[in-house]
Design a protein around this ligand. Structure first.
Ligand code: RBZ
Ligand code: NIO
Length: 591
């Protein structure tokens, strides 16, 4: 074995999370254990991901394709060897069974040529050929140890590439005319079972074909035996295996090293998994079985690696289709785990819960031993959130360039996704670009500004009047955000004692818009010096609707580091420490 190959080590499986996932499953509003095998899979994923409610959001589908010397030399398949290349092209064109399924579920597909005989005639197939098919394994080893290491490395590289792109589940598939012969030989060796108990029809060979398959497998196993390779996992695999099978094994090991599970397909992915668990027994915890193939060896393989198949549909396509058909079921199981109510949440009587404990339902999360991992946002993404919060400024100086309508739509979307009490969504957005309307709003603001100046003593008034508070005419766009307190009817959830929650909600929408604008490089100013009735008149807003903000938007020559009002000496940022009390009003924490 080439010493440059180092097999990835599966990460430690966290039993405590699997246990807590079971506690949650037992607390969901369903009969105990009634999600059947899905419960086992959910618990397994909890242990893999170290979270009580596991999530799989970015499955990636990797198909490894290669040819087999045995198929060229002995008719062990119903189809000719050229079909491997033709099917790789078909898959890359999105027309194979597997490609259709992947497209339906929006799963990215990557087809990798690890050793197809022919040159593949499609630019999207990734070419990482280890050879032009393996050698006929009845005549000697299918591949050299160097080739085995290279093929495994292709799988490792491709899995890492997928995970770098965010994959949280690997769906692995294969193409290779004759590969059920190689896979069955591997199964016979790894399971130490007679070939006759394992061999199947593959693509549909007739009885004579079955005899040929058995004969060539026996020949290969005999050669393996003669070389005393049985107990050497690497040598046995090099003698009996295939490039695509080795790559698949590498990919699942790489996944397990990064806590990413693999959803298996049929015979070929199964036998690759069985071999890989010989190399690294801890891998078994990262394997999920999509389906049970009618190939006789498959059932024994799944039993040996301890996987329950999700589907038993007698599928015998290969290509990864058994994993792809199983994916939506797996996704549904996780959805149920995440979103169905517990007995306590739904106030449904739980016969498994002590009635006296009713008032004080045990929090199943309390015995969690470590802080949950921040799974949803990368460090860079988290930093970006704080960056935009700190960089947001109220801007009053605008360039005349118009805003791209797509950006405006995104800013409005951000506003509309603001939190609102009782989900009342009391806001409307009046988007104003008409210069005449803007001019009239400018007059309204100007009038109020001079009016407001009167409350200040002489010196401060002068100061105040020199502050630029509006950019209505300069900015290419102004949005009047309104608040309708009647939205949601008279009984809004959570609003009984605090009637102004409508306005609070609208304010949250405005802040969302402000942050979105800043991230887009768009300046925003919140103008609030006006008589509301004047704005209602200009914009024909009904009396019960509150025009609570005028937002001017556009590009600016400069976003200042500190707020303008701080820079000009109008005010300064208070010390956060002075504002945080502990347990009661006025109590500062001890320094
Ligand atoms: C058109 C076609 C599409 C396929 N997709 C998967 N396989 C499956 O059948 C082959 C293995 O069966 P055997 O050992 O009998 O050759 C592999 O390519 C496997 O992926 C296909 C086979 C064919 C013919
Ligand atoms: O079990 C499988 O995955 C399988 C069986 C026959 C042909 N291709 C794949």
């Amino acid at each position: 074995m080439q010493n440059s190959l180092r097999l990835p080590e599966p990460a430690l499986f966290a039993d405590e999370y699997a246990t807590q996932a079971k506690m949650r499953l037992d607390n969901l509003t369903k009969p105990l254990g009634s999600l059947g095998d899905l419960e086992l899979v959910i618990r397994q994923l909890a242990g893999i991901q170290r979270r009580i409610i596991p999530q799989l959001q970015h499955p990636h589908f990797l198909v490894f394709a290669a040819d087999h010397g045995v198929a060229a030399a002995h008719q062990v398949s119903r189809y000719g060897q050229e079909v491997t290349e033709e099917m790789a092209v078909n898959m890359a064109m999105g027309s194979s069974v597997s490609a259709v399924l992947a497209r339906q579920h929006k799963i990215p597909v990557r087809v990798i040529d690890v050793g197809i005989c022919r040159a593949v005639r499609h630019p999207d197939v990734v070419v990482r050929k280890i050879g032009h098919g393996t050698s006929d394994f009845t005549q000697g080893p299918a591949m050299t140890h160097t080739q085995l290491a290279q093929a495994i490395q292709v799988g490792i590289d491709e899995a890492n590439r997928a995970m770098d792109a965010g994959a949280d589940l690997l769906l692995l598939g294969e193409l290779g005319i004759g590969n059920t012969t190689s896979a069955t030989a591997l199964a016979a060796w790894l399971l130490d079972k007679p070939v006759s108990a394992l061999v199947g029809r593959g693509t549909g060979v007739d009885d004579e074909g079955m005899q040929r398959k058995m004969k060539v497998i026996e020949m290969a196993l005999a050669a393996c035996h003669a070389a005393e390779a049985e107990s050497d996992w690497l040598d046995g695999f090099a003698r009996l295996g295939g490039f695509e099978l080795a790559a698949i094994a590498g990919a699942m090991l790489a996944g397990a090293a990064r806590r990413v599970p693999t959803l298996l397909d049929g015979l070929m992915t199964g036998v690759a998994a069985l071999w890989a668990t010989k190399m690294a027994p801890a891998l078994a915890a990262y394997l999920l079985a999509g389906h049970l193939s009618p190939e006789p060896a498959h059932k024994l393989i799944l039993a040996a690696i301890g996987c329950q198949p999700l589907l038993t549909l007698s599928l015998r396509v290969g290509e990864g289709t058994g994993a792809l058909f199983a994916w939506p079921i797996l996704a549904s199981g996780l959805k149920v785990m995440a979103e169905s109510a517990t007995f306590a949440d739904a106030r449904v009587t739980n016969p498994h819960q002590d009635a006296s404990a009713d008032e004080h339902v045990e929090n199943i999360y309390t015995n969690q031993t470590e802080a949950p991992v921040a799974a949803d946002f990368s460090l860079a993404e988290r930093e970006a959130v704080y960056k935009v919060i700190l960089a947001r400024r109220d801007i009053r100086v605008f360039l005349p360039q118009p805003l791209d309508p797509k950006i405006v739509t995104r800013i409005l979307q951000a506003g509309h996704h603001g939190p609102s009490v009782g989900y009342m969504q009391p806001w409307n957005f009046i988007v104003i670009e008409d210069k005449d309307v803007l001019l009239r709003l400018q007059h309204v603001v100007d009038k109020a500004r001079v009016e407001a100046g009167r409350v200040y003593a002489d010196a401060k008034r002068d100061y105040y009047l020199r502050l630029k508070v509006e950019g209505l005419v300069e900015a290419p766009l102004t949005i009047c955000v309104t608040n309708d307190s009647t939205r949601g009817g008279p009984h809004v959830l959570g609003r009984h004692t605090i009637p102004e929650t409508d306005l609070m909600s609208t304010a949250c929408a405005i802040e969302n818009m402000w942050l979105a604008a800043r991230a887009e490089g768009v300046a925003m100013g919140w103008v609030s010096i006006y008589e509301k009735q004047d704005v209602r008149d200009v914009l024909s807003i009904p009396a019960h609707v509150d025009p609570c903000a005028l937002l001017t938007l556009g590009y600016t020559p400069h976003f200042p580091d500190i707020p303008v009002l701080e820079r000009v000496g109008w005010g300064e940022r208070l010390q956060l420490d002075d504002l945080i009390y502990q347990n009661e009003w006025g109590a500062l924490p001890e320094k």
